[in-house]
Ligand binder design. Structure first.
Ligand SMILES: NC(=O)C1=CN([C@@H]2O[C@H](COP(=O)(O)OP(=O)(O)OC[C@H]3O[C@@H](n4cnc5c(N)ncnc54)[C@H](O)[C@@H]3O)[C@@H](O)[C@H]2O)C=CC1
Ligand SMILES: O=C(O)C(=O)COP(=O)(O)O
Length: 395
């Protein structure tokens, strides 16, 4: 029986993936083998020694101390692309909210509660509607920063709406490059993108190199009256610098005209030029289900078979199960460890049927199928090999 501790609201479709006879799943579980979560922050929590793997049902893993967990041999998964369409659609809404005063118009209509005559109301609305006029997106330029799962979908959507799209992503994967529409014009750096875009949309992870990538200095490069959208993370944008830029636009027509984001901060409230949403980019039934199902399947494949897909700290690894028993172990990525483990097998006459070894950064991971059940003494001897971090025996 495996135990999975959950945090946050996880889609039932995902929770239902765990077979009841083999899994105990819930928010109240002690000594879990696995953790399944969304945005819950793990930095302030003590991770139980029992935890072997963690799945983030979503994209961003900035709520997880990944480096610390890697040292402990804990595999961290996310679910790439599983909520990208949901974010793309909210970005589309953000672009439309930025191009016309939809929010102002809606608020204005709701304030007319004193009116009782429909004809009078119609006349008033026709007279006042010019206050809420805007522009079209067609022909405008969108700058997409980060062209991964979400950024590439946003680029495609904007092209379909008749926008020009420029993009910047210095770390673009080959796979993501293949996905990208050829009409997306590649920018050499952030400054060039900011100088070209009428709308700027951020789709990068919150990592050290992207911290405050939008700051008082980079904002100097924006076109006067540009609109910034941030559906990525608060840490990517220096909110105080955004407020200064918005004020500057109001005072002298230079800087950002509007900031539309999924990550409100106190300094952004009570401003007509800020539209802030409560981190709802991935909050659709479809995205929540996709993420939860993918996360649950990845956890189970690791717990049962030791296979790893979509980890942010471990290599991709997969070996079909043979008859017999499976041993997996993690080790520091230094030479000689695998050889020393194989010597344990030789010394104890354990026959290896198949094996695979992969590494990523400082960590190496191994799957070894053996003919007979290894004794506790063999498992203990492997655990004691220098640089082995953890070892598991799977039936
Ligand atoms: N508002 C919401 O609810 C959601 C927000 N997100 C946020 O969006 C981020 C992106 O998500 P995905 O597109 O799924 O991830 P992804 O990993 O597919 O794409 C991220 C892209 O950013 C690029 N990148 C990294 N550093 C960069 C830099 N310094 N400058 C420009 N590009 C850089 C990478 O090369 C990659 O192509 C997540 O990390 C998360 O923080 C994701 C899902 C939902
Ligand atoms: O996937 C992501 O990175 C998100 O930001 C989604 O967050 P959530 O799962 O809705 O709390």
């Amino acid at each position: 029986m495996y135990k999975v501790k959950t945090f946050n609201q996880i889609s039932v479709k995902g929770l239902d993936r765990f077979p009841r006879g083999d899994y105990e799943v819930g928010s109240d579980i002690g000594s879990p083998d696995a953790v399944l979560l969304r945005s819950h922050k793990l930095h302030d929590e003590t991770l139980p020694e029992s935890v072997k793997c963690i799945a983030r049902a979503g994209a961003g893993v900035n709520n997880i101390p990944v480096d610390d967990y890697t040292k402990k041999g804990v595999v961290v998964f996310n679910t790439p692309g599983a909520n990208a369409n949901a974010v793309k659609e909210l970005v589309m809404a953000g672009l439309l909210l930025g191009s016309r005063d939809i929010v102002g118009g809606l608020d204005y209509v709701q304030e007319l509660t004193h009116m009782t005559d429909a004809g009078e109301m119609g006349k008033l609305l026709e007279k006042e509607k010019k206050r809420f006029a805007g522009n079209e997106l067609y022909g405008r330029t969108l700058g997409v920063v980060g062209l991964g799962a979400i950024g590439s979908m946003v680029a495609e959507m904007a092209l379909a709406m008749g926008m020009n799209v420029v993009g910047f992503d210095p770390a673009l994967s080959v796979e993501a490059a293949w996905r990208l529409p050829s009409q997306v014009e590649r920018m050499e750096n952030l400054q060039s993108l900011l100088g070209r875009a009428d709308f700027i949309t951020l789709h990068v992870p919150a990592i050290e190199p992207t911290r405050h990538m939008i700051n008082s200095e980079s904002l100097q490069a924006v076109k006067p009256g540009a609109i910034l959208l941030n559906f990525a993370r608060d840490a990517i944008v220096d909110a105080d610098a955004v407020v200064t830029s918005l004020n500057s636009y109001q005072e002298c027509g230079k800087g950002l005209k509007q900031y539309i984001c999924d990550f409100p901060e106190p300094c952004l409230l009570n401003r007509k030029d800020v539209i802030a949403m409560p981190h709802i980019g991935a909050s659709t039934a479809e995205a929540e289900e996709n993420c939860a199902v993918m996360a649950a399947d990845q956890l189970m494949d690791y717990l049962h078979n030791g296979n790893i897909k979509n980890s942010v700290n471990y290599p991709v690894i997969n070996m079909a199960r043979a008859e017999g028993y499976r041993i997996t172990f993690s080790n520091d990525n230094v030479s000689g460890v695998l050889g020393n483990v194989l010597s344990v097998f030789t010394e104890n006459e354990v026959n290896v049927i198949d094996m695979v070894n992969k590494s990523r950064g400082d960590i190496a991971y191994n799957i070894i199928d053996v003919a007979g059940k290894p004794t506790d003494a063999v498992m203990q001897a492997i655990a004691e090999v220098e640089h082995v971090i953890n070892v598991r025996l799977l039936d």
